[in-house]
Each structure stands twice: as C-alpha cells, then as structure tokens.
Design a protein around this ligand. Sequence first.
Ligand SMILES: [Fe+2]
Ligand SMILES: [Fe+2]
Length: 246
Amino acid sequence: MDEKRRQLLTGISLAGAGVLFNACRTNSSGGATNDEKTEPAPGEVAPVEVTAAEDLMREHGILRRALLVYREAAIRLRQDPGSIPPDTLEKAANLFRVFGEDYHEKKIEEVFVFPIVKKSPGAPAMYVDVLLAQHERGREITDYVLSLTREDRIPSNSVEPLARALESMVRMYEHHAAIEDTVVFPVWKAAVGEAELDALAARFEEIESEHFGGDGFDTALKRMEEIETSLGLSNLEMFTAPEPPK
Ligand SMILES: [Fe+2]
Ligand SMILES: [Fe+2]
C-alpha cells in the first residue's frame, strides 16, 4: 500500500486533514477577515490570536500528546501486546509524521527557524545540528513504527523492540522540544523582531493551510483526542499523582 493511501486510511493526511477543516480560523494573521468573522456557535471557543512562537509551541503540545500515547503504549505492549490495537498506534505515528515531521519540522523549523538560530552567536547555534539529527532519527523511528503497525497484529518478536523504540522517541523528543521551547525559539524570536514575527505568523498559516487544506492544528487536535479516547487515555484525572508518603 502506498504512503498516501496508508495516510488516508489511518487518519490525518494532506487530503484527509481538510475533511475536518474548521471553518473559523483561530490565528489572527491568517484567520478570517472581518467580513468572514462569525460569532462562535454555542459551546465553541472564540478565535484567539496566536503568535508565530506560540504557534510552534502549541504544535509541540500536540506532539507531546502523541508521545504520551507512545509511553502508555510501550507499557501496555509489555504487559499485554493484544491491548494495543496496531491501527491506533499507526494513527499516532501517522499524526507524528504528517503534523510533526512533514509540517512542523520540515516546513517551519528547518526553513524559518534553524537557519536564523544557526547564525546567532553562542550555544543555540550549536544546538541546531543536534536538533536536525534528531529530526532524522525521529523519522527513522516513525518509519519503524509504521512498518510494524500495518498488519492486524504486531509480531511477538517485535513487541519488545517496538516498546523500546517508542520509549527512545519519547525520551529524545521530550528533551528536543524542551530545548526548542526554552532556548531556540526565544533566540529566534529575538533575532527576527516583532514586525517580522507578525508577517511570519501569517506565512505559517498560509503554509499550514496549503499543507493540510485547512487548519492543521485543529485537525490534529481532534485526531489526537480520538486516539486518546480509543486507548482510554482521555480522562486527565487518571494521571493525577498519588499522595506522597507522609
Ligand atoms: Fe525540532
Ligand atoms: Fe519542534
């Protein structure tokens, strides 16, 4: 089955993302014009401004949620491999591929953010090569996860290697996104300047719209919620830590 067909069948895709397109954009710069603005329907959240840096950080939020699914999946795979439907894990990996790797990394970070940070003095420039290598390693791991979740059952001799690969992706990306959020994006923001950032926010929205045929963030968020629900991970309360020893 070719990649496009797999993406269409397993959820988010270039074409599939558009199916869930939200008519009302949530970004000020690329959002609805005054003529197009409509009042939010009951229960809907009113559009809010999203800056370029905030846009990147909330994309990390989606990817972190995919990684939380990976972490839970690794635990459950070891306990009972049958408790993780391969197609659900495939949906999470596809979301990471289409939203994280093909859009957030390839079309935004590697084009607009890293080249500027690379020219900045000091430690942030040194991070860029490592971050690029981690993007590559992430893509290899996603390929591996997709290759094992194609069939109805994960081969028994692949359960432990898959669990380890998922955990290694979680560990790498937790550090990766934390450095981007706290060091790389602030350096980029300072180097670019406020006026250019506004223009970039609009440009990011255009690219997002071209890539997904609609609002990629909203689509990815919906897809993520479906994945969490199907694995019984949608109740935040279940993750409240127990009381510490007294
Ligand atoms: Fe990155
Ligand atoms: Fe990132």
